[in-house]
Design a binder for this molecule. Structure first.
Ligand SMILES: CC(C)(COP(=O)(O)OP(=O)(O)OC[C@H]1O[C@@H](n2cnc3c(N)ncnc32)[C@H](O)[C@@H]1OP(=O)(O)O)[C@@H](O)C(=O)NCCC(=O)NCCS
Length: 166
């Protein structure tokens, strides 16, 4: 099994994977246009030409990125694929120089095993929540905010903050 950056040809498989779990309320849907626009964020796990999993690292600000759209096909779960996808995102964050990543998730135990800890949502700039406005669960959100430091990256002492509001 190989973890690699996604190619254009992977998009239908990524979309199918995410839709499978989104239809079961486990994660948010991603439209094909969102996937094409953000494809450079994505890693996939591939085995014998089949996409078994996907995960994206989305930059938010100078010192923060989100790990999102993580999905591993049911037949491949429990074999470390999810962990390897998250590790690939962490390695890319380190390479870019991002000191901290976060996620919004129902899978608290999985992300705890990946070194994340539960944090208060208010720790994140409002920009993080721009996507939530479009979410049908906006008023009834039970996702948990978690974050972790990126190994090997030291946060700058003074970092500009994102502007508040639209
Ligand atoms: C959550 C998900 C990505 C985990 O992927 P996976 O490949 O099965 O996870 P891994 O095998 O890499 O597990 C890594 C560790 O987390 C633990 N773990 C994984 N899922 C877990 C769960 N639901 N509850 C408790 N522990 C879990 C594993 O036991 C393993 O522990 P270890 O450190 O002792 O080895 C996968 O179950 C999935 O795709 N779920 C549906 C979509 C989803 O919920 N995505 C998350 C959106 S934020």
């Amino acid at each position: 099994m190989e973890i690699r950056k996604a190619f254009i040809a992977d998009v239908p498989a990524i979309e199918a994977l995410i839709s499978h779990f989104a239809d079961r309320d486990r994660m948010l849907h991603r439209s094909l246009s969102e996937l094409y626009e953000n494809l450079r964020d994505f890693f996939v796990a591939e085995e014998e030409g089949q996409v078994l999993g996907c995960c994206a690292l989305h930059l938010v600000w100078a010192d923060l990125a989100e790990v999102k759209s993580l999905a591993v096909s049911e037949t491949a779960q429990g074999k470390g694929v999810g962990r390897r996808l998250v590790e690939a995102c962490l390695a890319e964050a380190a390479q870019i120089g991002i000191p901290r990543v976060f996620c919004l998730t129902y899978e608290v135990q999985f992300f705890t095993r990946c070194g994340f800890r539960v944090v208060d949502r208010s720790e994140f700039p409002r920009k993080v929540w721009s996507e939530c406005v479009r979410c049908p669960k906006f008023f009834d959100c039970t996702e948990v905010a978690m974050s972790r430091e990126v190994p090997g990256v030291v946060a700058a002492r003074s970092m500009p903050r994102p502007p508040e509001g639209p």
